[in-house]
Design a protein around this ligand. Structure first.
Ligand code: ZN
Ligand code: ZN
Length: 399
């Protein structure tokens, strides 16, 4: 009786309509609508490509061996890295990263920018915190077992970039993806084990999350100072070390903050190693032959066709064939061939839908570039040369 009165009330209020078949008319308030004007695209030329590694363990992580910060940093300097984030586990020091990794006298370099960060090592898996300045990591450690809503508030107060680590498999990131700004889609030189990470990334992108994909070697083990110091893991130094893979960011300048900002905004590509070509991905919205946006950028769809360009910059193998896999909204869209040379580019055209989201990203396969300093890494990366971040259309910046 009361229930029928309630239903009748709803119907009178227009909240619940009943059709001829007895089904309710329902309007989803979250149905895609015009996103309105989007922020302008940043300059494609006012910036600098910087390469680095965002996931490294030094002697301050208990599961590391023969890997002082000085060893990591001098190696990074020798292979021309621009930035690093040494991300030691925080649980070995009960959260006190500030008085371990960061106060180590070896935490310095004249050429490599050193981000402040740590691997947040929790019961529900691992994430990396990145910051341009020292922050109170202890507070993030203290809330590791709390509900996501508590963690989110602390993350916002600390103004850190939080990233999901190795999202599938052991110690996978088990928190809400609404907490993070990026996801580790390429962990270590072993490319093949990242297939599920890529799948999770596509799911997050397809559900409207503008989430940056990044790499990280997760290397733990360095060269022993003498043979008797070798451990059962010492072999890893030859197959997975600084730069396997390498994450490129298009930063406004050579500063720590510009690197974190680029990482958040998504002007990011990942390459198998520091010498491998960088995958650049652009779009020409008005067909004037001049590119208007790059990966990480988000534009309003016009209903007109867009011309996309994939460019491999750096050491391509002259005459070699590179296979470019284009992914659109999580599904294979097309497979293109690019021939290595002075300029290695390939273009395609498609029309992003006028209403609702569309994204495109690319993965490039081909011959590996030799990385003599980590000689076993090339075989582990297989044919995977590099990948881009997405170019976005109609993504809601207030999502
Ligand atoms: Zn981890
Ligand atoms: Zn790690």
């Amino acid at each position: 009786m009361r229930f029928h009165v309630f239903l009748a009330g709803l119907m009178m209020a227009g909240l619940l309509g009943v059709s001829g078949q007895g089904q309710t008319d329902h309007t989803n308030p979250w149905t895609p609508v015009d996103v309105g004007p989007l922020p302008p695209i940043a300059s494609l030329t006012d910036g600098i490509w910087l390469k680095g590694d965002l996931h490294l363990h030094s002697r301050h992580s208990k599961d590391s061996s023969n890997n002082s910060e000085a060893k990591i940093i001098s190696f990074a300097e020798s292979v021309g890295m621009d930035y690093l984030c040494i991300t030691d586990h925080d649980n070995h020091v009960q959260g006190d990263v500030a008085h371990n990794t960061w106060t180590d006298p070896e935490f310095k370099s004249n050429t490599v920018l050193l981000l402040y960060g740590a691997e947040w090592t929790t019961t529900r898996g691992h994430g990396n915190a990145f910051s341009a300045t020292p922050y109170d990591h202890q507070r993030l450690y203290d809330v590791r077992d709390q509900r996501d809503i508590v963690i989110e508030a602390v993350k916002k107060e600390l103004a850190i970039h939080l990233s999901a680590n190795h999202p599938s498999g052991k110690d996978h990131f088990g928190f809400s993806y609404d907490l993070v700004d990026s996801i580790e889609v390429w962990n270590s030189a072993v490319w093949a084990k990242n297939a599920n990470a890529i799948m999770i990334w596509d799911d997050m992108l397809s559900s409207g999350r503008k989430l940056t994909g990044r790499g990280g070697s997760d290397s733990h083990h360095g060269t022993p100072d003498s043979p008797d110091l070798a451990t059962k893991n010492t072999y890893q130094r030859q197959v997975n070390y600084v730069g396997t893979p390498t994450t490129w960011v298009f930063a406004k300048g050579r500063t720590l903050q510009a690197i974190v900002d680029a990482l958040t905004n998504g002007r990011v590509a990942v390459s198998a190693n520091p010498y491998a070509p960088r995958v650049e991905f652009y779009a020409d919205l008005d067909h004037d032959g001049k590119m208007d946006m790059m990966m990480g950028d988000n534009a309003k769809a016009t209903g007109k066709p867009v011309n996309f360009r994939v460019q491999l910059t750096g050491n391509t193998v002259a005459g070699a064939s590179y296979t470019v896999h284009v992914v659109k909204d999580g599904d294979p869209f097309s497979t293109l061939q690019a021939i290595g040379g002075k300029t290695t580019t390939v273009e395609f055209t498609d029309t992003p839908k006028l209403l609702g989201r569309t994204y495109y990203r690319v993965e490039v396969e081909g011959p590996q570039t030799t990385y003599p300093q980590v000689p076993g890494s090339m075989a582990l990366s297989g044919n995977m040369v590099g990948l881009s971040n997405p170019i976005y259309f109609n993504f809601d910046p207030n999502f």
